[in-house]
Design a protein around this ligand. Structure first.
Ligand SMILES: [Zn+2]
Length: 153
């Protein structure tokens, strides 16, 4: 399994296979999860499914219970150790891609938008047909009635 958190790798150093007692090896981790502990009643613990590379037997190994705060601290440590990905923008690439909307498109839209006098015209400027606008009005009225407890007002 890949992407095993660093903190788990260090926890595993003290673990061993329950069948052959060989030292736990990250190669054997087949899955990770959280469950109710079988050793500590009422506690939720982090566990991993372990297939021992030496004896091939499978066991579920639990970590010691930890508080939410401890768990969060481990997570924060994990991510603060990660390399920050390079997010510098390639300006050339950015220029050629663009958004696909030109300044002309925007000014055209603004002009037509300024002419809009009412809600119907606004919707039709967005591409709604008159039928769709009428249908939406009916739905809107129905919802309003339902909100007011079915009373027509
Ligand atoms: Zn083993």
């Amino acid at each position: 399994m890949t992407d095993i958190p660093e903190w788990l790798k260090s926890e595993m150093k003290s673990h061993e296979c329950v069948f052959c007692n060989s030292k736990a090896d990250i190669e054997g981790v087949a899955g990770l999860g959280i469950r109710n502990s079988s050793k500590h009643k009422g506690k939720t613990v982090f566990f991993y499914e372990y297939r021992c590379p030496k004896c091939s037997k499978i066991a579920i190994l639990e970590l010691n219970p930890m508080s939410v705060e401890e768990f969060v601290m481990k997570m924060i440590d994990e991510y603060s150790n990660e390399e920050v990905p390079d997010v510098s923008v390639d300006k050339k690439a950015n220029k050629s891609k663009g958004s696909g909307i030109s300044k002309e498109d925007i000014s055209k839209f603004k002009k037509s938008f300024n002419k809009v006098k009412n809600w119907d015209e606004f919707l039709s400027s967005l591409g709604y047909t008159q039928d769709e606008i009428d249908e939406n009005k009916k739905i809107g009225e129905r919802e309003r009635r339902d909100r007011l407890g079915g009373k027509d007002v």
